[in-house]
Design a protein around this ligand. Structure first.
Ligand code: ATP
Ligand code: MG
Length: 404
């Protein structure tokens, strides 16, 4: 099916050249959702129609790409899925949610059958890179095309040969490092900005390549992969993971993702105590901009990990102190700042070729609902100020005598 897109009035009007209409009709977006989309994804027309009505399916028009964006999961189709329209239709499925285990034993034995591949979990932001209309495009978690990531990814790694020979594959990986506008974490081997690939998946079906073929393929194209600690028998995997995560904790690294080597079963994640503390610290810097579930979940992880590792009194005390400090200190710092008439905000540094690129990135953040401005720009170094408005407003209110 060949779809051209035009606009009429405020409607997005599609011009189909499909079996039904031979290009002689125009269709509005609701018509497309109800009649054509069910031919592309395995979901009943009525469900798609309802999702569209509720605003969970949106027309997307940015960075020169028109698409239908799945803002929420519909049937088996993950949130973040993009149906990219053009000379050809490219379906880039959302990256599936990875469930967490709070206990290594007995959960891993119950979930996996024989062997388990243990990969490092990198702490950055999720990116899917694919060829769309013959262009290499980078999507972030919700299916947004990020102009910064789209520009930076090809500078970090050369994907030309890979996509020439595998145009049907999607590279799924984590953008990491300190020059990172979404999730900053220092990795000594990466420094400012780097990319690590954890999955290769097929467009349309989202079928992942098995762990060993994936590693072989990445090696062949000289593309950077996440670390594989090993493939272990399911009986020994709990103790192996406990030790691996203990080591990762020492170097302030996030944790592991455990995968069926054949990628038939869904992966599981397990993270280090320091990773929990780091996230609490960040969230309690802007406590009124995060949902309460965010805090609760991190504390619960600590409870089960402390139970399972059966650590000494001294180690337990350190853990308790770490949690407490990661809650109280950042919150106090923010209250102090706001009391001095500052806003609760953070500065992110990115390197760009022009002021316009920085401004474009800020516009992209605003599309995501983030309040941000270009605070400073000099010699390609752009400081983006992100403002946490609820935290600023609420703290101001309480400092002036408002009741909680
Ligand atoms: P979600 O599971 O919806 O992404 P989340 O934002 O809380 O929720 P995380 O807790 O960071 O996500 O865990 C899942 C994410 O971990 C993946 O989406 C992916 O971006 C990242 N990740 C890092 N390393 C790996 C890896 N080796 N394999 C799979 N995912 C990885
Ligand atoms: Mg993450």
């Amino acid at each position: 099916m060949d779809i051209k897109i035009g606009r009429q009035n405020s409607h997005k009007t599609f011009f189909f050249k499909c079996s039904n209409c031979n290009g002689s009709y125009t269709h509005t977006l609701p018509h497309f959702i109800e009649k054509e989309l069910p031919k592309l994804v395995d979901v009943e027309p009525q469900r798609l129609k309802n999702s569209f009505r509720r605003g969970n399916l949106k027309f997307y028009d940015s960075q020169g790409i028109n698409a239908i964006q799945f803002r929420k999961k519909v049937g088996e189709i993950e949130s973040g899925t993009m149906i990219c329209l053009g000379d050809e239709i490219d379906i880039i499925r959302g990256f599936p949610k990875i469930r967490r285990t709070l206990m290594l034993s007995p959960t891993l034995k119950q979930h996996f059958t024989k062997d388990v591949a243990v990969e490092e979990k990198m702490n950055g932001y999720n990116v899917r890179i694919a060829l769309v209309n013959n262009r290499i495009v980078a999507f972030t978690r919700g299916g947004y095309i990020c102009p910064y990531t789209t520009r930076k990814a090809p500078q970090i790694m050369d994907m030309a040969d890979f996509f020439k020979e595998n145009p049907q594959l999607v590279i799924c990986g984590e953008m990491i490092g300190t020059e990172n506008p979404y999730v900053t974490h220092h990795y000594p081997e990466v420094g400012s900005l780097g990319f690590r690939i954890f999955d290769l998946r097929e467009k349309t079906s989202n079928k992942p390549m098995n762990v060993l073929d994936k590693r072989g393929t990445l090696e062949r194209y000289d593309l950077p992969s996440v670390r594989l600690f090993g493939i272990y028998d399911v009986d020994e995997v709990p103790s192996q993971v406990e030790n691996i995560v203990k080591d990762l904790n020492k170097t302030e690294r996030e944790g592991v993702v455990m995968k069926d080597p054949e990628m038939q079963l869904s992966p599981l994640k397990y993270t280090s105590s320091r990773a929990h503390a780091e996230e609490l610290e960040y969230a309690f810097s802007y406590p009124f901009d995060f949902g309460r579930q965010f805090f609760f979940s991190r504390v619960i992880r600590e409870g089960f990990q402390a139970y399972e590792t059966g650590e000494s009194c001294e180690e337990l005390k350190k853990r308790a102190q770490r949690i407490g400090e990661s809650i109280l200190y950042p919150m106090l710092a923010t209250i102090k700042n706001v009391s001095k008439d500052e806003v609760a905000g953070e500065d992110l540094t990115i390197y760009v070729d022009s002021y316009e690129e920085a401004a474009e990135f800020v516009r992209h953040l605003r599309d995501l609902g983030v309040v941000a401005t270009v605070h400073d720009f000099q010699d390609g170094k752009a400081v983006i100020r992100r403002i946490h408005q609820s935290t600023t407003d609420k703290i101001n209110n309480y400092l002036r005598g408002g009741l909680y």
